[in-house]
Design a binder for this molecule. Structure first.
Ligand code: 6XA
Ligand code: ZN
Length: 343
């Protein structure tokens, strides 16, 4: 399986994340990628290519123009304002502020476009986000060109990002860009399967009203887990998209038996939908030792999950999402890919 990955991910390396009332080194850090690359090489996934520059037209088609302007200029505006730290949102349009419009002030703007505070923007964030999107685009192009599968080793991740919001370590929705690319290349129906521990609120939001893209997400129940405000079972899509969104929220302590049951249910829905291509939001934070999640999957479970996904027999683009038990994320990620190839 071909792997796409860009060194430019390193340009995004915030020093701080607000966690439990303290600033900590961000869980989403550059070294995550090294663990995955090491394991890929060890397991003989040697066809690793760096993508060309991001194709801006599909990114502009997916995202709000003012949001893209914000991402591109946030750092310089922040510095111009005289702030010495990294861009961090602190004031949000909360409930009953639905009339909110983007303020001119960069501190206000950050809150307007953010969905949470933990995600800082630095000098290189925009370049890194584009390089991550470029990996997803290259992987999708490779699969659209006839390959069975490709792995986009995206960093920063993407599944929390909407057309006009960042957060949960995400800026551009890589999986959505891949799905869109597969649609444009001729797939009549595309499915996105999100197995990251966290609900893929951004991906859900982007496709919620569309009938041609099915979205399924397995995740920590919103009562207990980030992003907290979406991911319930009764979110099933709207309008033309009614019936094309499936959420599988699960409680703390969920192990592989229950989780794989949800995976099978999601796979059955994808089959019934008649998907012609698949995008997998591949987070491995459902792992038992993940520091910010509460499922209990073991490393071999990821191999089995990959095998079940491979059983769908669909052209598949994998996009890296979360996973923070750094020593294990390489093993768990590559286990999914190996299981898939095994199927
Ligand atoms: C914020 C937690 C962000 C989780 C990001 C993630 N306290 N998403 O892994 O998949
Ligand atoms: Zn996650």
């Amino acid at each position: 399986m071909k792997v796409y990955f860009s060194e430019d991910h390193r340009r995004h390396f915030p020093q701080a994340e607000l966690f439990g009332g303290q600033f900590v080194t961000p869980f989403e850090r550059p070294s995550r990628i090294e663990y995955v690359l090491d394991r890929l090489r060890e397991r003989r996934f040697l066809d690793i290519e760096s993508p060309g520059p991001a194709d801006m037209a599909p990114i502009r088609a997916l995202c709000a123009p003012d949001y893209l302007d914000f991402l591109e200029t946030a750092w310089s505006e922040w510095k111009k304002e005289g702030f010495s730290g990294e861009v961090m949102a602190a004031s949000f349009p909360a409930r009953r502020m639905q009339m909110a419009r983007p303020p001119r002030n960069i501190d206000g703007k950050a809150g307007y476009y953010a969905l949470s505070t933990e995600t800082a923007i630095t000098a290189g964030t925009w370049a890194a986000a584009l390089s991550s999107a470029a990996s997803a685009q290259a992987a999708a192009a490779h699969v659209a060109g006839g390959a069975r599968a490709a792995f986009a080793l995206c960093r920063p991740p993407g599944h929390h990002a909407t057309a006009d919001m960042y957060g949960g370590f995400c800026f551009l929705n890589n999986a959505a860009l891949a799905a869109e690319a597969l649609c444009r290349a001729g797939a009549g129906r595309v499915a996105i399967l999100d197995i990251d521990f966290h609900h893929g609120n951004g991906t859900q939001d982007i496709f919620y009203r569309r009938g041609d893209v099915f979205f399924a997400s397995l995740h920590g129940a919103p009562e207990e887990a980030f992003p907290y405000f979406l991911g319930y079972r009764d979110e099933t899509g709207h309008g033309a998209g009614e019936g094309t969104n499936a959420n599988y929220p699960m409680p703390p302590g969920t192990g592989y038996e229950r989780w794989s049951g949800a995976l099978e249910a999601a796979i059955a829905r994808i089959r019934a939908f008649g998907a012609e291509a698949l995008v997998v939001s591949l987070g491995v934070d459902a792992y038992r030792d993940d520091p910010i999640s509460f499922f209990r999957l073991d490393s071999p479970d990821f191999t089995d999950a990959g095998r079940r996904i491979g059983g769908l027999g669909l052209p598949t683009v994998f996009c890296m999402e979360g996973g923070y038990a750094v020593e294990a994320i390489g093993i768990n990620t590559v286990n999914v890919l190996e299981g898939f190839e095994d199927a």
